[in-house]
Design a protein around this ligand. Structure first.
Ligand SMILES: Cc1ncc(COP(=O)(O)O)c(C=O)c1O
Length: 362
C-alpha cells in the first residue's frame, strides 16, 4: 500500500522535528498551518484535552455537559443556537446551505466568485475558486456567482458589500447569499473593514426577500481580535460557519451557529458530528482566545504601518513591498497581487520584529 499525498509531493515534505511558538523546523509559519493554529505550535490546549478521561463519542449518539458549555461560549446576540456539524469547513458550509433550503425551500445560492468555501463538490461550486476550474462540469447546484476582480486595489469593504447588494437585487428566488464577511486568503485580504453598518442594507434586503444570509467565518473566526468578525458589525447573519481556529489545530472540528429556529429544521448529520474531543478542544480554545485577543490587537497598533490592511491575525500588503525569504512560510507573489501573513494571537514582539526585518522592503 502506498501513501498518496494530494499534490503527490511527498519527496518535498519534511518530518517535523522541532516546534516552538510560530516556528516549525526552523521556519516561521506565517500561514498558521492552514489557518488553524491560532496559537502557533503552543501545546496548552492539547495538554488540557489530553486530561479528559472519557473515551470518544459524538452527539449523534450521546450527550455531555460540555455540549451545553460550548454552546454558551459561542452564543452571540441572535446567533443563539449551535449545531456541531462535523470535522471541516466544507461540511459547515454544506450544512448551512442545506438549512437555508430547509427554511425557504428555494435552491438558488448567490456567492462571490473565487472565494474558497471548501473542497467538496457543493462547497467548491459556491466560489468556484480557480483551483477547481476542472470540475465545473460536475456542479449541479444552482449557484450564481458575483464576479470579483483577481487583483483589485485595496478597497473599502463597504464598497464591496454595496456592489454585492446591487448584484443580489438582479437575482430572483434566491435561497441564500453566502460570503466571507471579511474576504481573506482567496482575495489577498484586500478589503478594508471601514464601517460597522456596511452589511445593514444587505441584511435588510435579505430579510425582506426571505433570503438566508450565511457568513462563512471558517477563516476569520477567532482571528480578528473578536470571536467572530461579525462582532464588529451592526447586524448578525442568520447562519455563521466555523472550523479551523475553533480547536486551534488540535483536532478537526466544525460548527454552524445561528438562529435556533433555523438550526432546528436540520434533519441530517455526519458520523463525526459533535465529536466529544472536538467540543472539549473548542471550549479550551475559546477560553484562550479571550485571553489573547488584546495581544494581537496590540500588534495591529504597533506594526500596522508596515502593511496595507490589518485586522487581528491578518496582515496584508502589496507583494511589491515584500522580499522572498525561505525562512518564512507564506504565500508570496499571489495572483491577487498581495502577500498575506496570518499570525498567531499570542505572537511575541521578538518574532514579529524578525518577520519585519526578514520580508518587509523599507
Ligand atoms: C473561508 C473558508 N471556508 C471554508 C473552507 C473549507 O474548509 P476545509 O478545508 O476545512 O473544508 C476554507 C478552507 O480554507 C475557507 O478558507
Amino acid at each position: 500500500m502506498t501513501w498518496v499525498n494530494r499534490y503527490n509531493a511527498k519527496e518535498n515534505l519534511q518530518t517535523v522535528t522541532k516546534t516552538k511558538g510560530p516556528w516549525i523546523n526552523g521556519k516561521f509559519d506565517a500561514r498558521m498551518s492552514g489557518g488553524c493554529n491560532i496559537f502557533g505550535y503552543d501545546t496548552t490546549i492539547w495538554e488540557n484535552v489530553k486530561k479528559q478521561d472519557l473515551f470518544m463519542f459524538s452527539t449523534a449518539e450521546y450527550k455531555a455537559d460540555q455540549y451545553e458549555e460550548l454552546a454558551k461560549l459561542l452564543k452571540y446576540k441572535s446567533l443563539n443556537g449551535v449545531y456541531y456539524s462535523g470535522s471541516s469547513g466544507s461540511d459547515a458550509v454544506e450544512t448551512a446551505v442545506r438549512i437555508a433550503f430547509d427554511v425557504n425551500k428555494k435552491n438558488k445560492i448567490v456567492s462571490r466568485q473565487s472565494t474558497w468555501h471548501g473542497g467538496t463538490i457543493l462547497s467548491s461550486s459556491l466560489g468556484n475558486h480557480r483551483y477547481f476550474k476542472n470540475y465545473e462540469s460536475m456542479y449541479t447546484t444552482n449557484v450564481v456567482r458575483k464576479p470579483m476582480p483577481d487583483n483589485p486595489p485595496y478597497t473599502n469593504l463597504s464598497e464591496l458589500v454595496a456592489s454585492d447588494l446591487e448584484f443580489l437585487k438582479q437575482q430572483k428566488d434566491v435561497s441564500a447569499f453566502i460570503c466571507e464577511p471579511l474576504p481573506t486568503w482567496s482575495h489577498g485580504f484586500k478589503y478594508k473593514f471601514d464601517r460597522p453598518d456596511c452589511y445593514n442594507e444587505l441584511k435588510q434586503y435579505c430579510n425582506d426577500n426571505e433570503i438566508v444570509l450565511i457568513f462563512d467565518e471558517v477563516m476569520t473566526g477567532f482571528k480578528t481580535g473578536k470571536r467572530y468578525f461579525t462582532e464588529y458589525l451592526d447586524i448578525e447573519p442568520d447562519l455563521l460557519c466555523l472550523s479551523k481556529g475553533i480547536t486551534a489545530g488540535v483536532i478537526p472540528f466544525s460548527t454552524v451557529i445561528g438562529r435556533t429556529d433555523y438550526l432546528e429544521k436540520l434533519q441530517h448529520g455526519h458520523t463525526w458530528s459533535g465529536h466529544y474531543l472536538g467540543v472539549v478542544a473548542a471550549i479550551e480554545t475559546v477560553k484562550q482566545v479571550n485571553k489573547w485577543q488584546s495581544n494581537i490587537l496590540d500588534m495591529n497598533k504597533q506594526y500596522g504601518h508596515y502593511f496595507d490592511n490589518v485586522l487581528g491575525c491578518f496582515f496584508s500588503t502589496d507583494t511589491k513591498n515584500i522580499r522572498f525569504s525561505d525562512k518564512i512560510i507564506y504565500v508570496y507573489k499571489n495572483i491577487t497581487g498581495a502577500t498575506v501573513f496570518t499570525l498567531p494571537l499570542n505572537i511575541q514582539k521578538e518574532d514579529f520584529d524578525f518577520l519585519i526585518k526578514e520580508v518587509i522592503i523599507q
